[in-house]
Design a protein around this ligand. Structure first.
Ligand code: KG4
Ligand code: ZN
Length: 349
């Protein structure tokens, strides 16, 4: 396909990697003309986590109405779409396949280029969109329900994975702790809300690898510590303190403080190790107010430029697939036999 990129005005972006069905229209000035997100949280709430089969089925039902709505809100029709972008990695295989199938079908029938988007890179690109200017090279940090990944990013599309979790992702820890405390799903916003009334110093929870010079996270020890504090240590005769509203708030606040301390410390270590002076943070957990505040303090203290994705672009959405413009302008088009890649690709591309 010969493509004149300068004649393209609108990219239609599709996102279905986990439990949000989303579509957006982004114009050639990186202006988000529409961004529609159909959240499935009520379908997964009772399970305390995302159920892959339920997620894929919901994507199938919602993808076309969501695309229709994104076009309508942008005030364009399919005939105006110059390229179709889709997140193909990482994510739940069944969920990713729904978005990819819709994107391929549209690209084929409209005879426009298909653009392969990496969901993780898109989370970081949200910082570039908000800044309105180039923010690379930078350390990129994606903190979401599926990842706690540090990257050395030499450009918006060249990422080297330099740190990740050896067990749970940060958001997963928030979700599981919220479940232990019985305060709701998704856990991140629930913990943040409840923690407002708690004392972050009430319980000294473990901060794994905090002082170690390695770019790895581990949240399972913290999660177990919360479990034992809330419900008691198995086999012990010592009864845990009653889970009053105040006790729950104190546990939530102390957990949040421990998790945030580690997240911020590892960003600082990454910046120092790679000698970078910019930090870009995205992903659902980046919506956390305590994390945002502590990141700001750290950045100020060590003199680095901080970019945190705006709230509207933190949790999953298709607008951040604006990164497709970077691929388009580099002539990186995807073939129509493009497949999904559910796992994380560790290699430098
Ligand atoms: O990026 P995202 O929407 O989906 C993934 O790609 O995983 O992130 C969802 C995660 C959930 O674990 C949710 O609990 C967490 O982001 N989250 C938060 C907050 N808002 C969402 N975690 C902490 N504080 C928040 N305010
Ligand atoms: Zn995400």
């Amino acid at each position: 396909m010969s493509v004149d990129v300068s004649s393209i005005r609108y990219v239609l972006a599709i996102e279905s990697s986990c439990d949000e069905t989303a579509a957006a229209v982004i114009d050639s000035d990186l202006e988000v003309r529409s961004s529609v997100v159909a959240s499935q949280y009520e379908l997964h709430r009772d399970f305390g986590g995302v159920v892959p089969e339920i997620a894929s089925r919901a994507h199938v039902r919602r993808i076309l109405p969501v695309i229709d709505q994104s076009l309508k809100q942008a005030g364009i029709t399919l005939a105006d779409v110059g390229a179709v972008a889709v997140a193909t990695q990482p994510g739940l295989v069944g969920s990713l396949l729904v978005g990819l199938t819709a994107a391929k079908t549209l690209a084929l029938t409209l005879d426009v280029p298909l653009i392969d988007v990496n969901h993780i890179e898109a989370h970081i690109y949200a910082c570039r969109m908000a800044a309105g200017r180039d923010v690379f090279p930078a350390i990129g940090f994606v903190v979401s329900g599926g990842h706690s990944n540090l990257y050395d990013c030499t450009s918006p599309v060249d990422f080297e994975l330099i740190g990740s979790t050896i067990d749970d992702a940060a958001g997963e820890a928030f979700d599981k702790v919220a479940q232990i405390l019985g305060i709701g799903f998704p856990g991140g916003p629930a913990i943040q809300r409840v923690a407002e009334k708690g004392n972050p110093k009430a319980i000294r929870f473990p901060r794994t690898f905090l002082k170690e010079d390695r770019l790895e996270f581990s949240f399972s020890g913290l999660k177990t510590a919360v479990l034992y504090t809330a419900k008691g240590v198995p086999g012990s005769t010592k009864k845990p303190e009653p889970l009053t509203e105040q006790r729950i708030a104190d546990i939530a606040a102390s957990f949040q403080a421990a998790a945030v301390d580690v997240l911020v410390a590892k960003c600082e270590q990454a910046l120092r190790q790679r000698n970078r002076n910019r930090l870009c943070v995205g992903g659902g957990v980046a919506a956390n107010v305590r994390l945002r505040g502590q990141l700001e303090r750290m950045a100020k203290r060590i003199g680095v430029e901080l970019h945190v994705a705006p709230m509207s672009l933190c949790t999953d959405n298709a607008a951040m697939a604006a990164i497709a413009w970077e691929h388009l302008r580099r002539g990186r088009f995807a073939p129509l036999d493009l497949d999904v890649t559910p796992g994380l690709v560790r290699r430098k591309r």
